[in-house]
Design a protein around this ligand. Structure first.
Ligand code: AMP
Length: 125
């Protein structure tokens, strides 16, 4: 089944400049901004500017240029935050998708969360 993209989602409005954001980085294909409800000292959202709903949608349909730009921007942000584990204490990258993933905003995004011990990835059921 193909994805339907809802262009009224919050991140689409941010990309159109209709609501403000605290920009961390911007390139031709990618925007990164502070999460409005940070879960750790560092909490940045990285999103493609294109209309993709989930990671699998992005990986399947985005151009090579968009995909490379996204991940290089992601890496630069982690480096600039000083959280990469080669020199510091590391980070967690999260991308929620769909109902079981509890995705609130249906525009593909990666969370970079860092700055404190983050505990185990999932709670035991
Ligand atoms: P999820 O879709 O579950 O991966 O999470 C969506 C994330 O977007 C949450 O961490 C929210 O705090 C964040 N968020 C929602 N609205 C805004 C906004 N206007 N600016 C920045 N972050 C937002």
């Amino acid at each position: 089944m193909a994805y339907d993209y809802d262009d009224q989602n919050i991140f689409a409005k941010i990309l159109r400049g209709e609501i403000p954001n605290k920009t961390v980085a911007e390139t031709d294909h990618t925007l990164a901004f502070a999460d409005i409800s940070p879960q750790a000292p560092h909490h940045v959202l990285v999103i493609p500017k294109g209309a993709y709903v989930t990671a699998d949608h992005f990986a399947a349909d985005a151009s090579d240029a968009e995909i490379v730009d996204f991940w290089r921007t992601f890496a630069k942000i982690a480096r600039d935050l000083g959280v990469t584990p080669d020199t510091s204490d590391g980070y967690r990258m999260i991308s929620n998708a769909g109902v079981h993933g509890v995705q609130e905003v249906p525009h593909f995004h990666v969370h970079i969360v860092a700055g404190r011990p983050l505990g185990r990835m999932l709670q035991a059921q």
